[in-house]
Design a protein around this ligand. Structure first.
Ligand SMILES: [Fe+2]
Ligand SMILES: [Fe+2]
Ligand SMILES: [Fe+2]
Length: 324
């Protein structure tokens, strides 16, 4: 191994994806038993096998690059997949929450491998880049399977709760969306300071405005459904039980990591609105269906805009290295 800072970055990103995979392993081992739907459980089981291979491939790469074994342990501070599992289990709609968080997690992995692939390519490490690309595609395929499972996830979630009281369920999903938008506002307000790249900073600012509008729209729906302020407070507490830093791995301390984190978060929102739209559909509430679908599209568009900045995020991260 040479002493170039970029080689050090490749090892650092490999270490990061390794701990992301370890966290994923913990999740994939519990997810099949938690999923209240056979097809969804089978998808998680199949991805457990893939995740085991990912962990092995990344470990082999780290060994080939002569990274010290302690580097693997250093990453233990990355948090544990257990947080995610315990959170899903504690929720009344376990299957819905499981699907929402799994979709977000797969996108975090997707982003992490995109970034690793780019950094490795710049370092001239084609082998690491090729591995990252292959794994990235499997994360993307798993995310796609989860996207196809929203209907089944909603069916299972409603079975898990009060299937006859759709109005009550709808208010719960609306309150959850409200709480997620609150967290989004928190994340996006801090984003521009650590973005390290003017394009990414501007994007965060724009989406912050959109996010405030989403929250207003959800608030209006909550009011028209006669939701009590307590319903909103309870949802904030339910979500607050999940520590994002712990769930996603680490605090986003570099522009690249921040972009990956934000990309994953947008998909958490996408999933929340996809589920909300389906519950509203079953409750015959066309207005909520329309709002949820419109917001989901805007979250997807925000995620796409973030994904268009991977190269800029890598530039900013590497520039910070040389300027210290
Ligand atoms: Fe993986
Ligand atoms: Fe994965
Ligand atoms: Fe968003």
């Amino acid at each position: 191994m040479t002493d170039r800072p970029i080689d050090e970055q490749v090892v650092k990103y490999l270490t990061d994806v390794h701990s992301i995979e370890e966290q994923a392993l913990a999740q994939m081992r519990s997810a099949p038993d938690l999923a209240g739907d056979d097809q969804l459980a089978a998808a998680f089981r199949a991805h457990l096998t893939e995740t085991e291979r990912h962990e092995q491939l990344v470990r082999d790469r780290l060994e080939a690059l002569d990274a010290s074994p302690s580097r693997l342990k250093d990453a233990a501070g990355y948090g544990s997949g257990k947080a995610f599992v315990l959170f899903a289990r504690s929720q009344p709609d376990t299957t819905g929450k499981l699907t929402t968080h799994a979709l977000s997690y797969e996108h975090m992995e997707w982003a992490a491998y995109e970034l690793l692939m780019r950094i490795a390519r710049r370092a001239g490490d084609e082998e690491t880049a090729a591995m990252a690309e292959r794994i990235r595609d499997e994360e993307a395929a798993m995310a796609e399977r989860l996207e196809q499972s929203f209907d089944r996830a909603v069916e299972a979630s409603l079975r898990e709760q009060d299937p006859d009281d759709l109005g009550k369920q709808l208010v719960k999903y609306l309150s959850d969306a409200h709480a997620i938008e609150n967290q989004a506002i928190g994340l996006l307000s801090k984003g521009p300071d650590i973005a390290g790249d003017p394009q990414l900073a501007m994007l965060f600012e724009q989406h912050l405005e959109e996010t405030r509008e989403h929250q207003r729209l959800v608030e209006t729906l909550l009011e028209s459904h006669g939701a009590s302020p307590n319903a909103i407070k309870d949802a904030a507490m339910r979500l607050g039980a999940l520590n994002w830093g712990g769930f996603f791995g680490a605090q986003p301390d570099t522009p690249a990591k921040l972009a990956g984190f934000a990309y994953a978060f947008e998909h958490l929102e996408v999933a929340a609105y996809e589920l909300l739209a389906r519950v509203a559909e079953r409750a015959g509430d066309a207005q909520t269906v329309a709002v949820a679908r419109r917001i989901a599209d805007q979250e997807r568009a925000a995620a796409e805009r973030i994904a268009a900045t991977w190269d800029a995020a890598v530039d900013a991260t590497l520039a910070e290295l040389t300027t210290g």
